[in-house]
Design a protein around this ligand. Structure first.
Ligand code: FES
Ligand SMILES: [Fe+2]
Length: 357
């Protein structure tokens, strides 16, 4: 990553995918190789051998070093290299800061002092991570994550049906460099035989209250349900952290971290049941994701422009102009030296950065 747009921690891979073989990932056109030593430590280096440009992710790990498969030069996790035939040489590869949190591998440029996002929120239990790819420009993916008018077609579970959506009045407010959005409407009906009923209280008002942050781009969705008669909130809530990682002009990676207040998901609960229900929940979330993916990729195939010119925008789309402005300020600026210092990312529910319960 050059020190421009990518001055943030981005999740780049499900931790479980990184075993003993190196894996190549990309953040906004910067290619990075991740590798894990036998002891489990993860390192991140530029995915290019400085000798003759072989891709290091095609190599292997030996004695805690990544070995280039072309001429067997080796690099440690700091990027310091050795050449077997040129022992006097000291080749070097650029390294990245890397960490594993919430089931994902995250990277940032070593020179950046961005804060690692925090997701632990009191009263919520981690359910799991779902990952996906959309072959579409970053802005088009962000648009999909911020507006809800598409919920009747793309969300069989987490939202409103075709009738319900017509009654939803979007509340949108810019708060510093973030956007606070609230959608409220009738929770769509879920068939009685679907296990999903367990997660979505029926005959309720669904409130989706979320913050869209832009350094890095991530959304913190709070989903809660209200009894329409008493206006009382149900105890069950879901919190979803959706991180969108720009990979290239035409590809965006998505990491969705789910949390729930249900005790069933607490680490103390009976583990086989917790695993079963978590995987069922993640499957449901992934099915929803795929519906969005299909539509967004279809749009991208039709028109990849991201400038909104010539589009006839409705009330749910007003927020799109604001997202363009904030993406531009966080991702499309010049070299780091010309930017204001990055703000620490604080995702805790308290304070102004997380949407309030
Ligand atoms: S290109 Fe990597 S060792 Fe030669
Ligand atoms: Fe969606």
């Amino acid at each position: 990553m050059t020190a421009t747009a990518k001055d943030h921690w981005h999740p780049v891979l499900d931790s479980q995918v990184l075993k003993d073989k190196p894996v190549g990932v990309k953040v906004w056109n910067s290619e990075i190789v991740l590798f894990r030593t036998a002891g489990g430590k993860v390192s991140a280096l530029e995915d290019r051998c400085p000798h003759r440009s072989m891709r290091l992710s095609k190599g292997w790990v030996e004695n805690d070093k990544i070995v280039c498969p072309y001429h067997l030069w080796k690099y440690d996790g700091e990027g310091k290299g050795q050449s077997p035939c040129n022992p006097q040489m000291k080749p070097r590869v650029q390294r990245y800061d890397v960490t594993e949190r919430y089931g994902a591998v995250w990277v940032k440029p070593a020179e950046s002092n961005a804060q690692m996002p925090e997701m632990e929120v009191e009263g919520y239990h981690y359910v799991g991570l779902d990952t996906g790819i959309m072959y579409a420009p970053f802005e088009l993916v962000v648009d999909n994550f911020i507006e809800i008018e598409h919920s009747p077609t793309n969300h069989g579970v987490f939202a409103f049906d075709a009738q319900g959506i017509t009654q939803v009045v979007p509340k949108v407010e810019t708060v510093g460099d973030s956007i606070h959005v609230i959608y409220e409407g009738d929770q769509r009906n879920i068939p009685w035989y679907s296990p999903t009923q367990y997660f979505m209280p029926q005959n309720t008002r669904l409130i989706i209250d979320f913050m869209a942050h832009f350094r890095p781009v991530h959304f913190i969705y709070n989903m809660k349900w209200m009894d329409p008669k008493t206006q009382e909130l149900k105890p069950h809530r879901i919190r979803e952290f959706a991180f969108l990682t720009p990979v290239s002009e035409e590809e965006t990676h998505i990491h969705l971290f789910f949390f729930s207040t249900l005790n069933l998901f607490s680490p103390q609960s009976f583990s086989p049941l917790r695993k079963l229900v978590s995987s069922r929940f993640l499957k449901m979330a992934h099915d929803e994701f795929n519906l969005d993916k299909n539509i967004v990729e279809e749009v991208a195939r039709t028109d990849k422009r991201t400038d909104l010119k010539g589009l006839q925008l409705g009330k749910f789309d007003r927020v799109l102009r604001e997202t363009r402005r904030l993406i531009s300020s966080a991702y499309h600026q010049g070299p780091l030296e010309q930017q204001a210092p990055p703000e620490p990312v604080q995702l805790k529910a308290t304070g102004t950065t997380g949407a309030q319960d």
